[in-house]
Every structure is written in C-alpha cells, then in structure tokens.
Write a new protein. Sequence first.
Length: 135
Amino acid sequence: MALYALTSEYVAINSVDYSDHCKGATLVVDAAQLDTTDFASGGWVEYIGGLKSGTLSLEVQDDAANSSIDDIIWGLLGTVVTFEVRPTSSAVGTSNPKYTGSVLISSSSVGGTVGDLAMKSLSYPTSGAVTRAEA
C-alpha cells in the first residue's frame, strides 16, 4: 500500500455521514494483555491476548442547528449505534478498507475557548466486534 495523507476520511455514525463535520477520526482496537509469566519464562515477561476492545475518537466541528451533529448526538446519548470509518471517502477496496462495528454514545459536550471554532472532542467505546473489510 502506498503512503497517503488523510484528506478525505469517511466517518459515519448510525449510518449518517459526518465527514463534513470531522477534522479527525481515530479508531484504536486493543487486546488485553494477560500475563502468563512463570518460573520457566527465563526472566522474561510473557503474555497472551485476552478480550478485545476499542475506542472511536472524533474531533468534530460543532453545529447546534436542528438535525445537525449536536442535536443528533444528544438524541443518541446512552444508545449503541453503528459506525464506519475509511481512510478516504472513495469506494471500499484493497487500498481503502472499511472498519465497522458499534459504539456506545456515552457522552456529549458543549463549549470551548473564546474566539475559537466551536469543536467537540468525542470518544466512544466499541461494543462488540470491530471488523475490517476490503469489499
């Protein structure tokens, strides 16, 4: 895969494309580290992978208009909804995989610094499996 700059990342929450409001989107998926170190480990710590979890973090330009991002996220608070992120808004393919799953809309925010663009930093835990697909 060629190197690329993020210029048109695709971000959808609950099947709604929010790419036009997002300045940043990061999906981090982890596996718990289970320590299996014993006396036969030769002085080295040994691990196996445990439960997997993830976090979808978004940096969005705020919009409090009716049916815009603030209104919709507020309405989803406390619910589990689907998400999809892709490196670009182009069609899904071998150089533009999609990552999908569900997240718990666990928080919302309002406010910022005087004179700055109204922004929200949102971070949501995944709920269930996250998948990667190229088609």
